[in-house]
Design a protein around this ligand. Sequence first.
Ligand code: C5P
Length: 227
Amino acid sequence: MKKITIAIDGFSSTGKSTLAKQLAKHLGYVYVDTGAMYRAVTLFAMQNNYIGADFLDKEKLVKSLPSIKLSFKFNPELGFAEMYLNDVNVETEIRTLEVSNFVSTIAAISEVRSKLVEQQQEMGKEKGVVMDGRDIGTVVFPNAELKIFMTAGADTRAQRRFDELQAKGDSVSYEEVLKNVVDRDYVDTHRDDSPLVMADDAIEVDNSYLNRKEQFDVVLELANEVI
Ligand code: C5P
């Protein structure tokens, strides 16, 4: 069986990572959550006061980029790899609404993108990888054998993210989460460098009315046609 590269792109909170994890597990592939990498750089910027409600010190952040080490470590109990920032596990901290509110600003910085894209290309060079993000099928792996573009209505996505955050004990309102989802989509689709856009050869999967199993079955069938 040949090993392929599977690129899963799409809007915020469309269930990309759930699908990517399921696929990687089923196929015995490596899963790479590129959003976690942008979130970790954002957390670094917050910890060092390079970004706040009304400021961004892009110059200082760009100068610090060489000192930012991003790595993934597989956690067998969870069944997926967790994000480490300079060897510290930040898997929980990077998922807060505060990080979500700043991440698209950080992800629009070209110097940040080129550092992360280079690392992502290195991680996927052996194929047998499922990578999710915003620019995987367009920039990171334009030759990926299978490209999926996930969509779903903003309300559905916000409700899912709200339920997730509530389950973790985050006291956020549905309105705040909906605003974050809509704002991030706007910034992600309008930035100059690698805007979120569906690749010409991607297959669109709207999962507004698909449950996890149905969505997995649809995409696994597409993967099996290529493998
Ligand atoms: O996938 P997730 O929602 O965790 O991604 C967080 C943010 O990181 C996105 O809203 C986007 O701004 C940025 N991102 C990106 N390119 C990627 C992955 C994520 O710009 N490949």
